[in-house]
Design a protein around this ligand. Structure first.
Ligand code: ATP
Length: 229
């Protein structure tokens, strides 16, 4: 085989860079807004997987009857049989508060240099970015995909304007390289929030069709979020 043929064969054998999405959240509880967003992004951007990464919750948000283990278990129930959706529990395993930047650094260290990491953020989470620990370093490790939500018509905060001007690309499929750019992705608008779900349950109402049936079964079996707890 000549040199040319050899390099073509070698190229064909080279693994293509992996494309990994990360959706962090308190998932208190996980709902169809999270799950459709993650699945639609996985499919439209041909990601190999999206890791749902439950976060340890700041003490002021703690609701005693719903433990981190319950939140994790509900996310695990939700993704059963949904191939591209995975659960990553590393933030709950740490004994100190974990920041997204730490998680991304750890994930990045486990990947090949040219693998692509995509941090998925709802519009509200994106607008809150300037309050995050070491937020200006996030793009060193990942691209950011902003999920359009029905509440997305508000203006981004000033601190994000320069970043958007410098780093955003209009076509999410054109995001290039392992990290460093921002794109907006359309998802089926689902104006559901975990807050609404907790409120419905606390007032004795149904959350059927707002969460997967398996999550509802878990909530019922463990009596979560009901006012009597
Ligand atoms: P809460 O009502 O308790 O604040 P939440 O429903 O916003 O919770 P989180 O766990 O805080 O859920 O959100 C995790 C991520 O999912 C965030 O980036 C958030 O913007 C995004 N997200 C939450 N709900 C939706 C939705 N309906 N559509 C698209 N993205 C969503």
């Amino acid at each position: 085989m000549g040199d040319l043929g050899k390099s073509a064969a070698a190229t064909a054998l080279e693994p293509r860079p992996r494309r990994i999405g990360v959706l962090g959240g308190t998932f208190d509880p996980v709902h169809v807004g999270h799950l459709r967003g993650a699945l639609e992004v996985a499919e439209s951007l041909t990601l190999d997987e999206v890791r749902l990464t439950p976060s340890a919750r700041p003490p002021h948000r703690d609701t005693p009857q719903v433990s981190a283990l319950d939140r994790l278990a509900m996310v695990e129930c939700a993704v059963v049989g949904v191939a591209p959706l995975k659960v990553d529990d590393r933030e709950l395993k740490r004994d100190k508060p974990s920041y997204t930047i730490d998680t991304l650094e750890l994930m990045r260290a486990e990947l090949a240099a040219d693998d692509q990491l995509f941090l998925l953020l709802g519009w509200d989470a994106f607008c809150g970015l300037p309050t995050w620990h070491r937020w200006e370093e996030l793009l060193q490790h990942c691209h950011i995909l902003v999920l359009q939500r029905p509440d997305a018509d508000s203006e981004p905060p000033d601190a994000l304007r320069n970043l958007l001007a410098a780093r955003s690309v209009s076509d999410p499929l054109a995001l290039d390289g392992p990290s460093g750019q921002i794109a907006f992705v359309w998802q089926t608008p689902l104006a559901v929030s975990a807050t609404q779900i907790r409120q419905l349950l606390a007032s004795g109402k149904s959350v059927r069709f707002l969460v997967p049936d398996a999550v509802l079964a878990y909530i019922d079996a463990h009596g979560l979020y009901r006012a009597s707890n």
